[in-house]
Design a protein around this ligand. Structure first.
Ligand code: ZN
Length: 139
């Protein structure tokens, strides 16, 4: 279901709870809402009103990817980026890393399976923005 994007800082500044297998419906809502917002390349669950640690983003081939409970494990090559956010007006300068190693969980046949991924460039930046959202941090 397409949800409305949350812009309330009080909601967005709350750290998200750990997501579980029960949160599979949330994935559908996130993907539907991401597809409905053409300017969006990523979305976190608290941006659609559910404070759980689930995010979606478009990879280098514009394919949607889902992460449960993403955690930044390693980050290299810091740089200053200018980012926008669906939940905020305007653009802000933030510190990001050009190369990251992220651990997360993937929902496979109703079970959460631990995974790792190394990302760089634009997708690395997107995922860092999303991990921040899960921590209740906005740009
Ligand atoms: Zn954002």
């Amino acid at each position: 279901m397409i949800k409305e994007i949350v812009k309330d800082d009080e909601i967005l500044s709350q750290p998200c709870e750990k997501a579980t297998e029960q949160d599979n419906e949330l994935v559908t809502d996130l993907l539907d809402t991401l597809a409905a917002n053409e300017e969006a390349a990523a979305l976190s669950a608290n941006q659609i009103g559910t404070p759980k640690s689930v995010v979606v983003y478009l990879d280098d081939n514009e394919q949607p990817r889902v992460m449960f409970n993403p955690v930044l494990k390693q980050a290299l090559h810091p740089f200053k980026a200018v980012e926008a956010c669906l939940s905020h007006e305007g653009e802000v300068e933030v510190k990001r890393f050009a190369w990251i190693n992220v651990s997360y969980e993937d929902l496979v046949d109703g079970k959460l399976v631990p995974k790792k991924i190394k990302l760089q460039g634009w997708t690395a930046q997107l995922v860092q923005h999303m991990i921040d959202h899960c921590k209740g941090k906005t740009i």
